[in-house]
Design a binder for this molecule. Structure first.
Ligand code: PAF
Length: 287
């Protein structure tokens, strides 16, 4: 497994693979890898085949964190990440520094960003208004470094995948975006690098996000359709009764367009964000 640390070195390798006729599958990550990431690697491998190349990027992207967020404490463990990548038969890891990804940024001389201006506005975009500009900027840059034929994102970040898909369509990135299913712990908690922040008590309560989604799914399937406002009030109550958490938002929308729905029916999508102590967890699922 090769490790590339600069855009130029990564591009050189990718161009060679292209000349050799190998398809390139890409899994962008911020590291602190877990079984969920490895399932994305498996999805990439499936797409590019045994002769293809699978690249994982490990980069904690500063521009997607607001100043009050957890950039400095974001969990990191490169040796473990590399071990997992080797075991998963990843061909190459792209592990750049801030200096090569955002040259001159500290001195105020980095000035080019990519912004999607519709799909990114609701849900996470309300609670984290600068987040998606950072995501689209780094993902566009990573695509330009890795030159993938296919890139795999996790369904846990449902809106992120939709924003990136729109970016690729609008900016003519010549690749296919795959969204792979969310990997869950046995109690339903969606796997996330941030779960490591949870205290044992918060960890016990954390499956309340998934239980809220299951609750709404059951209610809608029994009733046929229900007002979003009714379900949101019920979720609010469930969170209060079953945890010490605070609901940031629960929202119902069309899964593809992310357009909000007032009456929720089977096949619509739900997203939820909850603060458990200082940790903000998100999840989503089909209703
Ligand atoms: O989902 C993530 O881990 C990040 O947002 C991504 C796509 C790697 C961009 O930094």
């Amino acid at each position: 497994m090769r490790i590339y640390r600069t855009p130029k070195a990564m591009q050189r390798a990718s161009r060679q693979w292209q000349r050799d006729g190998s398809k390139i599958g890409f899994v962008p990550t911020m590291g602190y890898l877990h079984a969920g990431h490895i399932s994305l690697v498996a999805a990439a491998r499936k797409r590019v085949g045994p002769k293809g190349r699978v690249v994982v990027s490990i980069y904690v992207n500063p521009t997607q964190f607001a100043p009050h967020e957890d950039l400095s404490t974001y969990p990191r463990d490169l040796p473990h990440d590399l071990q997992l990548c080797r075991e998963a038969k990843v061909d190459a890891v792209f592990f750049p520094t801030d200096a090569v990804m955002y040259p001159g940024r500290e001195a105020g001389e980095y000035s080019t960003y990519v912004a999607e201006e519709q799909v990114s506005q609701g849900l996470e975009g309300v609670s984290r208004p600068t987040h998606f500009r950072g995501v689209t900027t780094i993902v566009a840059k990573l695509f330009n470094c890795v030159l993938p034929d296919v890139a795999v994102f996790g369904a846990k970040d449902w809106q992120q995948a939709a924003v990136i898909r729109r970016m690729c369509v609008n900016l003519d990135f010549p690749l296919k975006i795959i969204v792979a299913p969310t990997h869950r712990e046995a109690d339903g908690l969606a796997m996330s690098s941030r779960n490591v922040y949870l205290t044992p008590r918060e960890r016990e309560q954390a499956p309340v996000l998934w239980r809220s989604i299951e609750w709404c799914r059951r209610r809608v399937r029994e009733a046929g359709e229900l007002p979003a406002a009714t379900l949101i009030a019920e979720v609010q109550k469930l969170i209060q009764t079953e945890s010490t958490g605070r609901l940031d938002y629960a929202a119902f929308f069309e899964g593809d367009s992310l357009k909000t729905v007032e009456m929720v029916t089977r096949g619509n999508h739900m997203a939820i964000a909850v603060f458990l102590g200082k940790v903000r967890l998100i999840d989503n699922g089909r209703i």
